[in-house]
Write a protein that binds this ligand. Structure first.
Ligand code: NAP
Length: 485
């Protein structure tokens, strides 16, 4: 280990697309001297040759990289999530000194981040797991950044991250989310919401295509119109562009030549898995994840299609007013998806001991990331007005927005069901809303069933206590200790 302090105030390890773009972004901001290193030196050489303007301090060994950093040292790791990240952390941790900062900017599972933070901080080195959203374009021009870790590390790191983050209404899209895994947890939920948002838009497209009979280019125009006001968002904008695209080879709409099997990299599943563990109902997000899984089961789809002689006739609608209905259903369902995502953040914060400012999270998602949208300002306002909302749907603006679209939402879901158009996202969101809105739920019957077969006990609506009915005896009720199973 070198005793002398190097010249770079920040270093990046991992010169694949994300790391090299982030390094270029850092280098383009005044005051930064950026050290770069990659396991295979070819990537580093290529980057340095292509971007002499960046003034990179390049190293071909980890020792030289560490020596090139000013003390206290700060290095951002942008390598393959999982084993690659663990390998680089251990290389840095064995060379860094107390007070130095290791940042993992990859798509880590927050449980790994909690583990890594515990290991690394035992030797006095700060470990910051940070979510970075916006893909390669965001990394280069300004991502939304969700750092975890200690407040002390954020004092040094915060200004550097703020210098490279996207800017929304004059504010950098970065905030200290909370300790250890908080940043990666919030990034995970961001991705879950992204899945839901994309699925809902795809269902809106499917209905516009199947029920209103519009062609992809016409639907592109519909989305362009929708890309104003509360639906204005990056995802709506790119949807219009994708739908307008024509395949050069066949002259067909691009969307018609793409195989209808959606891929996934895992963060959506993590969102749902953690929601299950935390007991948070995120049905809208879960249906979006499952919709991708279902699309990628060609054998099952073909098997069911082979059993069918005819599909339902499409319900006849007024094309323009039904398009307005779809717009309202999309907005209401989207509100539900965000409400579910924020519920998961609140539950995760309670479970893992993080103090997460929900309004600040909504703020840093307004630019740089995939779910960037006008609508996030409404969430910022909702939490500013009442930081302890039981659900976003309680906020007066969202309550009114959902109520005004409610009839349209029901028309869309019922028309889709009658026409045989799958709307797992719209349907799950509406059922979620109806479940919260119902004064009585059939959960009472489920409790009765549970008590019948498992003596799981129940509570009564009319007095305190825990009860069990002697189902296999004389069916009288006894007061009972609460079930533990
Ligand atoms: P990647 O393809 O995920 O990983 C390739 C990089 O990892 C290369 O630099 C590679 O070095 C390095 N690497 C792999 N195993 C290693 C090991 N054992 N030791 C040292 N280095 C190792 O790269 P990427 O697409 O640029 O993504 C980087 C990170 O950002 C990942 O965690 C990814 O999940 C995340 N990401 C985020 C977004 C986003 O929107 N936020 C988008 C894409 C990726 P060699 O060149 O030597 O093989």
């Amino acid at each position: 280990m070198s005793e002398a302090s190097g010249t770079a105030n920040i270093g990046v390890v991992g010169m694949a697309v994300m790391g090299s773009n982030l390094a270029r972004n850092l280098a383009s901001r005044s005051g930064n001297t950026v050290a770069v290193y990659n396991r295979s030196p070819e990537r580093t050489r290529k980057l340095v040759a292509e971007h002499p303007e960046a003034g990179f301090v390049a190293s071909e060994s980890i020792d030289d990289f560490v020596a090139s950093l000013q003390k206290p040292r700060t290095a951002i790791i942008m390598v393959q999530a999982g084993a690659g990240t663990d390998a680089v952390i251990s290389e840095l941790a064995s060379r860094f000194e107390p007070g130095d900062i290791i940042v993992d900017g990859g798509n880590a599972n927050f449980h790994d981040t909690i583990r890594r933070e515990k290991d690394v901080s035992a030797s006095g080195i700060h470990f910051v797991g940070t979510g970075i959203s916006g893909g390669e374009e965001g990394a280069l021009n300004g991502p939304s950044i969700m750092p975890g870790g200690t407040a002390e590390a954020y004092k040094t790191l915060g200004p550097i991250l703020a210098s490279i983050a996207a800017v929304a209404e004059g504010e950098p899209c970065v905030t200290h989310i909370g300790t250890d895994g908080a940043g990666h947890f919030v990034k995970m939920v961001h991705n879950g919401i992204e899945y839901a948002d994309m699925q809902l838009i795809a269902e809106a497209y499917d209905l516009l295509r199947t029920v209103t009979g519009r062609a992809p280019a016409e639907i592109a125009s519909v989305f362009e119109t929708w890309n104003s006001g509360d639906l204005e968002s990056y995802l709506i904008e790119i949807t219009a562009e994708v739908l307008r695209q024509v395949d050069a080879e066949t002259g067909k709409p691009f969307v018609d030549i793409v195989l209808d099997q959606a891929g996934a990299k895992g963060t959506g599943s993590w969102t749902v898995q953690n929601a299950l563990e935390l007991g948070v109902p995120v049905g809208g997000i879960a249906e979006a994840v499952f919709a991708r899984s279902l699309s990628s089961k060609p054998e099952q789809r073909a098997a069911v299609q082979a059993t069918i002689t005819a599909r339902p006739s499409v319900v006849s609608v007024d094309v323009d007013s039904f398009a307005d209905d779809i717009r309202a259903a999309l907005y209401a369902s989207k509100v539900v998806a965000y409400a579910q995502g924020f519920d998961e953040i609140i539950a995760g914060a309670a479970q893992f001991g993080w103090e997460i400012d929900k309004g600040a999270v909504a703020k840093i998602w307004r630019a740089g990331c995939i779910i960037r949208a006008q609508f996030l300002n409404r969430i910022v306002e909702a939490y500013e007005n009442n930081p302890s909302l039981a659900t976003l749907l309680e906020d007066p603006y969202f309550a009114a927005a959902v109520a005004s679209g409610e009839e349209a939402w029901r028309r869309v879901v019922s028309t889709a069901a009658l026409s045989g158009v799958p709307v797992p996202g719209f349907g799950a969101a509406l059922s979620y809303y109806d479940s919260l809105a119902s004064v009585r739920l059939p959960a009472a019957l489920v409790q009765g069933q549970r008590d019948f077969f498992g003596a799981h006990t129940y509570k009564r609506v009319d007095r305190e206590g825990t009860f069990h009915t002697l189902w296999s005896g004389d069916r009288t009720e006894i007061e009972s200790a609460p079930s533990t199973h």
